[in-house]
Ligand binder design. Structure first.
Ligand code: GLU
Length: 280
């Protein structure tokens, strides 16, 4: 089977060495398997994304000698796809709208009598509507209050049944989406979420091997569940190591010294960087 990989940055800051590593892994996986490497811009969060970062990302990747087919898929152009996905989940009775703010929810969940198993695992609640009366929730919705659209996790997981996914480094995995509780799949202001759009896009773009950092290993449980509910194909996963600085601290977009833009503008040779990351 022909492998299709992708690099999917969010234009919320400049890329750093960790992104270069991730992009080069995706390209290498495709190249070694006679496959295709795609680029996708994950810009659903319009408040935090900007076109200057997007431009810089394209320049960084070209500087690293990466090539990808055009047009590049930009998530903000495909909101209708995500709405369709939400509609399907809604038709399965798996969504609800909750108007509780993060602050209200955190306060309710930290009440001493609350002993929520989901809280112990990932800090995510189960059935947030038990913290607000139906009447109050409806009243707020009618008044146009902000809300989150959440997945009824228990019902979703039981509808999907036992699911597996395969990581090329860690082998076969049993999906355990329940540990996340009733995840948010959309909000009033952003009509999708990372989980929903990434799952749909990987399917729409025919991605067969998702390569990304180990920090996203756990969320694959959620993506596997969404694939099942939305009847989408399941790719393989390759969760790679995370690049750290000399002190072992994970690189972050705000760590300016490690930005690819700075490196290329300071005259660093891309070959040296590619070699340093272990790709030559
Ligand atoms: N857009 C995500 C990020 O920049 C990557 C998502 C993914 O590879 O699944 O962290």
């Amino acid at each position: 089977m022909k492998i299709v990989t992708r690099f999917a940055p969010s234009p919320t800051g400049n890329l750093h060495l960790g992104h270069a590593y991730s992009a080069l892994i995706a390209e290498r996986e495709a190249r070694l398997n006679n496959g295709k490497f795609l680029l996708r811009i994950e810009d659903i969060d319009i408040e935090r994304c900007n076109s200057a970062f997007e431009k810089s990302i394209l320049e960084d990747l070209s500087w690293l000698k990466l090539k990808w087919p055009e047009p590049v898929r930009k998530q903000s152009n495909h909101m209708a796809d995500y709405t369709k996905g939400l509609e399907k989940l809604h038709s399965l009775g798996l969504l609800y709208r909750c108007t509780l703010s993060r602050k209200e929810l955190a306060a309710a969940m930290s009440a001493p009598h609350e002993n929520d198993a989901a809280k112990i695992n990932q800090g995510s609640p189960r059935n947030t509507l038990r913290y607000i009366s139906t009447r109050e929730n409806e009243r707020r919705l009618e008044k146009g209050a902000p809300y989150a659209i959440r997945l009824r996790m228990e019902a979703a997981a039981s509808l999907a049944g036992k699911l597996k996914w395969f990581d090329t480094k860690h082998g076969e995995q049993s999906a355990e989406p329940e540990i996340f509780g009733d995840i948010v799949l959309a909000r009033k202001d952003i009509a999708t979420s990372y989980h929903l759009s990434v799952t749909i896009d990987d399917a729409v773009q025919g991605v067969t091997r998702v390569t990304r950092g180990d920090d996203l290993f756990q969320v694959t449980h959620i993506h596997r569940l969404l694939q099942s509910l939305l009847e989408l194909p399941t790719p393989d996963y390759y969760h790679h190591k995370i690049i750290t600085d000399e002190n072992g601290v994970r690189l972050a977009k705000r760590n300016k010294s490690a930005s690819l833009k700075d490196l290329r503008e300071s005259g660093q040779k891309p070959e040296d960087l590619i070699r340093r990351l272990g790709f030559i």
